[in-house]
Ligand binder design. Structure first.
Ligand code: MN
Ligand code: MN
Length: 467
């Protein structure tokens, strides 16, 4: 190739590179350090409640205080609000007043899982089970024959809250959903993946040892209830007011001989939640504008409900902060920017047919921007304007963040949504960006460490932006 053509190529054509070709000396140590913290965050926060609790613990350790309506709100203050223990809103009050807008990162801390039904416990063939109702978009066949643990709360009639944890402690037993043996699975094997495991067969195996005498009935169910009563003081009727969630028992671990990736349950979207949180907690100085981190619940089922991104809880928090500074909420919103930080699909060569390879997110190419999400012609997307993408592009480049821009998959194949549209509908300029994930929504998802760390750097740059 002639020198002239080489120069012209360099000048005119896109030069997106693998992140490992862009990073400097000492990078990997910082990346590993960050990822260690992230893996620990995953292991203790497998449900939205546990993740919210860990978030608050980390925030308090970094000097954040619970905000109460009426408190003074001044530059440098570090405040948070827990929305019913399932969603957390944090703010580092900036040098400029809220009339100049806020720099917001919004991620979600709920992940696909199996919730217990309100009448969950039964016995069949002298085995005891819990019935489940899946939460979010799961591929049901992935949830059978893997070890599961159970977390959540049982609220007693007197209002006291009992915390349940089965499987997470050392030596704890695990739960499992059984699957058919291949020897008898010929007919099942002919069914499409989506229907081969019906939702009503996602029943958690709890026990098999009866109590009492052989003439008694329902002895295994009773034995299980007795154990639960001994440990938690609950009776069968107390399941009525419980939220119990079965999640994979596997903890986060390095993936690959080179340890370049992390495998875990719940990367969607705790990988962006942790990046948004850690970047906020790590701000060395008071940011120019108020930096806000939203860790929402209920994204996986449409962001409805009091703890979802469509809830007025976010507006109430922002309005309270604005009130304290004598600023109208609408004035703050119209000057604000939100990075809707949620995961995107990473290109998987084993399923190349669903990706459009020129517009896919690739492992190790950094945080993935998505101008729009949605399906069937961008339906359900906020579709950020070019000005917004230009704004984020400048912020990321100025901060040396490795980033890429992508779509989820091929145009007519499918799609997905995020909280972006709910922020944009509030008149907040919003763009989607997040970590590319392999096997998204599976009980065990995979991400690249470099992408995790670049997402953290990206969030920090957004919080620190002066305009
Ligand atoms: Mn998500
Ligand atoms: Mn999701």
């Amino acid at each position: 190739m002639s020198e002239e053509i080489k120069e012209l190529k360099k000048k005119l054509l896109s030069t997106k590179k693998n992140g490992y070709d862009c990073v400097a000396e000492g990078y990997e140590a910082a990346m590993e350090d960050y990822c260690r913290g992230y893996k620990a965050y995953l292991d203790v926060g497998k449900t939205e409640r546990l993740c919210a609790a860990e978030t608050i613990r980390l925030a308090q350790a970094a000097g954040y205080r619970p905000y109460q309506r009426g408190m003074e709100v001044k530059s440098g203050d570090k405040l948070y609000v827990s929305n019913r223990g399932k969603s957390v809103l944090l703010a580092h009050i900036g040098k400029k007043p809220l009339s100049e807008g806020a720099q917001i990162a919004a991620a979600h801390i709920d992940s696909p899982r199996l919730d217990l039904k309100p009448n969950p416990l039964y016995e069949e063939a002298e085995m005891a089970f819990f019935k489940t109702h899946y939460y979010g978009g799961i591929r049901k066949y992935q949830w059978v024959a893997i070890p599961l643990e159970l977390h959540g709360v049982v609220v007693m009639k007197d209002g006291s809250v009992v915390t349940v944890n089965v499987g997470a402690d050392t030596d704890d037993p695990k739960l499992v959903i059984t699957d058919l043996l291949p020897h008898l699975g010929a007919e099942q094997g002919k069914k499409p993946l989506a229907t081969a495991i019906p939702g009503e067969t996602l029943n958690l195996l709890l026990g098999s040892r009866p109590i009492g005498d052989e003439e008694d009935s329902g002895r295994v169910k009773l034995a299980v209830m007795k154990l639960l009563n001994e440990k938690y003081g609950i009776t069968e009727d107390d399941f009525t007011s419980a939220e119990l969630e079965a999640v994979p028992a596997q903890n986060a671990c390095d993936i690959g001989l080179d340890r370049s990736m992390i495998g875990a349950y719940g990367h969607d979207d705790r990988v962006c939640a942790y990046a948004s949180l850690k970047a906020l907690l790590d701000l060395e100085e008071t940011p120019a504008k108020t930096a806000v981190c939203v860790l929402a619940d209920k994204e996986e089922i449409g962001s409805d409900g009091v703890t979802g991104m469509q809830s007025a809880a976010f507006d109430t928090f922002m309005e309270d902060l604005c009130d304290a500074q004598g600023v109208a909420l609408r004035v703050c919103y119209e000057k604000s920017f939100c990075l809707s930080s949620d995961v995107t699909a990473a290109y998987d060569p084993d399923f190349a047919e669903v990706y459009e390879k020129r517009n896919s997110a690739y492992l190790n190419y950094g945080i993935g921007l998505c101008k729009y999400t949605g399906a069937r012609g961008k339906s359900g997307a906020s579709d950020a304007d070019a000005e917004t993408v230009g704004y984020v592009r400048r912020i990321f480049d100025d901060a040396g963040v490795v980033w890429q821009i992508a779509e989820l998959g091929k145009v007519d194949i499918g799609g997905g949504g995020t909280v972006a549209m709910y922020m944009a509908n509030r008149n907040i300029t919003t763009l989607d960006a997040g970590v590319p994930v392999l096997s998204m929504h599976a009980p065990f998802e995979t991400v690249s460490k470099l992408d995790c760390y670049e997402t953290y750097k990206g969030m920090k740059a957004v919080y620190q932006a002066e305009t």
